[in-house]
Each structure stands twice: as structure tokens, then as C-alpha cells.
Design a binder for this molecule. Structure first.
Ligand code: IMP
Length: 203
């Protein structure tokens, strides 16, 4: 069994990864490391993800173990990508209702979730790699569903009619997080793992 350490204080993300691993039937043990350093926000998800990883690595790295961190958020097209890298702050301040107010009477409701995932490709050389996953969809007019976290109650994935918060199984089959995680596993374990690492929806 392979071991992966996820560096994050976000329980919603952790639950997503646990469900993704279960759903993909992977022989992977996911462990959780709380970040020690304060989170800084850079102008891209990729830079922030890399910072989260490198500033929170334990002094001694375990052999044969993958360390990863992620930065993610919601980008709304009619708001020119807002809240983007500020998704966490915006949710804590104006919240879902604040976002819905900004979208009032807006016809173009398209949006995407982005997940940038930074991991150590070679722990010995501290060589990092960043992969990204995208989930396209639109912003509903009201929050629906109680599952998931963050913006899940207002995000409907393209081609479906339920929010992520109404159908967590659907979310974890096609989400930005699922796609980025698959990319990481494919980079690290392709040919070395019996598990089939594929996504049911778009790459
Ligand atoms: P950060 O990656 O810690 O900066 O946090 C990103 C923020 O974006 C989270 O706190 C959520 O508010 C939001 N977010 C990221 N991924 C998701 C998701 O899968 N569903 C809902 N909200 C998300």
C-alpha cells in the first residue's frame, strides 16, 4: 500500500479525497498533516499550492511517501474570475448570499472550480510538480443541498441539474479535485500501480 500525506486544515477537502480514493478503489492510505505556517495568498492557485507544500513539509520525509497540498477556488466568468484565489476569504466575509447578490439579474452564470495540487515528485531532491483540475458549471440562483463544503450549495456542474452539495457522489466523480488527484497519481505511479487511474468525465 502507498501512503500519501495531505497537508491542509480543510476537513471538506479531506473528506473529498477520502471519498475519491474509496470510489477509485485505490490501494492508498491517506494521512492528514495540519499546516504549521500561515497561509499566504499569491496571484495564482499554482503558486499558492506550491507555497503551502514547501512551507509545511516535515523536517524528515518518510520514504516511499507522497506529500501534497492544494489551493482551490471558484472563478465566476461574469465577475472576471472573482472570487478566484480569494475564495476562502470571500466565503468567510460576504458568504454565499453575498455572491448571489453580486450575481443578481446576471444572465451569464457560468463558472468553474479550479484545483491546483502541488506534490513532491522526488522527495530526496525536493522536486515539486503542480497539476490542475477544472470543473465547469454554473451558479444556481439559490443555495441547494447540505453536503460538501464551501461553494458546493450554489455550484451546478455542466450537463447536470443538481448542485455539488446535493450529490456528493457526482461531485467526487468529476470534480476539479478528482481530476487533479488523478493527474498526480498518474505522474507518480503510472506503470507501478495495479489500480486503473482514470476519470469518468473530461480531462
Ligand atoms: P483554499 O484552497 O484553502 O484557499 O480554500 C479555497 C476555498 O475555495 C475553500 O475554503 C472553499 O470556500 C472554496 N472551495 C475550494 N474547493 C471547493 C469545493 O470543492 N467545493 C466548494 N468550495 C470549494
Amino acid at each position: 500500500m502507498k501512503r500519501v500525506y495531505f497537508i491542509s486544515s480543510n476537513k471538506g477537502k479531506l473528506n473529498d479525497y477520502l471519498q475519491i480514493i474509496k470510489e477509485m478503489n485505490l490501494d492508498l492510505e491517506l494521512r492528514h498533516l495540519l499546516p504549521v505556517s500561515e497561509e499566504a495568498v499569491y496571484d495564482s492557485f499554482e503558486k499558492t499550492a506550491k507555497h503551502k507544500l514547501l512551507s509545511n513539509l516535515p523536517e524528515t520525509l518518510e520514504e516511499d511517501t507522497v506529500y501534497f497540498a492544494e489551493d482551490s477556488g471558484l472563478c465566476i466568468d461574469s465577475l472576471k474570475g472573482f472570487p478566484g484565489v480569494y475564495s476562502s476569504f470571500v466565503l468567510k466575509t460576504i458568504g454565499l448570499n453575498g455572491i448571489l447578490k453580486l450575481m443578481d439579474l446576471e444572465e451569464n452564470r457560468t463558472a468553474k472550480f479550479v484545483c491546483a495540487l502541488a506534490f513532491l515528485e522526488s522527495p530526496r531532491k525536493k522536486l515539486t510538480k503542480v497539476v490542475t483540475g477544472l470543473s465547469k458549471g454554473y451558479i444556481h440562483t439559490k443555495p441547494l443541498g447540505r453536503k460538501g463544503f464551501g461553494y458546493d450549495p450554489i455550484f451546478v456542474p455542466k450537463g447536470f441539474h443538481k448542485t455539488f452539495a446535493q450529490d456528493l457522489n457526482l461531485k467526487n466523480q468529476l470534480s476539479h479535485r478528482r481530476q487533479a488527484f488523478e493527474k498526480m497519481l498518474n505522474t507518480l505511479f503510472r506503470g507501478k500501480n495495479n489500480a486503473t487511474i482514470t476519470s469518468k468525465q473530461g480531462k
